[in-house]
Design a protein around this ligand. Structure first.
Ligand code: DQA
Length: 140
């Protein structure tokens, strides 16, 4: 059975409350539950991790080595400037899909750049919570 880790970075614990016009009204736990059910339908196992701390995200990426077939990762604002997270993704031999709820390319200039895209297998952005589901379908 394929095992997929779903990771969320800073401020994504506030989904549902945080700028709902941009990120929607669903909480992270309800989105995670949808992902879990979808994965189950497809015969996959899921684990979930959220942190507001760069080092904890890096530790979780390291710990994923040899344990997961894929990682779906919304790194939040770290996407745009964390070379440490970029290097962690490059170091582990687990394919990572970068996801964003919003279409970062229609937003502020600083969101147009991702330092993690070059080390990810793909990017899904702008589809709301469906961004996570699309990434899951790729791993399925
Ligand atoms: C985000 C986009 C980022 O620019 C932002 O910092 C986030 C969320 C998204 O899911 O659309 O925290 O990754």
């Amino acid at each position: 059975m394929k095992k997929i880790l779903i990771m969320n970075g800073p401020n994504l614990n506030l989904l549902g409350v945080r700028e709902p016009g941009i990120y929607g009204g669903d909480s992270l736990s309800s989105i995670n539950e949808e992902i879990r059910k979808k994965a189950e339908e497809k015969g996959m196992e899921t684990d979930f991790f959220q942190s507001n701390h760069e080092g904890e995200l890096i530790d979780r990426l390291h710990a994923a080595m040899g344990k997961y077939d894929g990682i779906i990762f919304n790194a939040g604002a770290y996407t745009h400037y964390s070379y440490a997270i970029r290097d962690a993704i490059a170091a582990i031999k687990v394919p990572v899909i970068e996801v964003h709820i919003s279409n970062v390319h229609t937003r502020e200039e600083f969101r147009h750049k991702s330092v993690i895209s070059p080390v990810c297998v793909g990017v899904v952005a702008g589809l709301g919570k469906k961004s996570y589901i699309c990434a899951l379908e790729y791993f399925a």
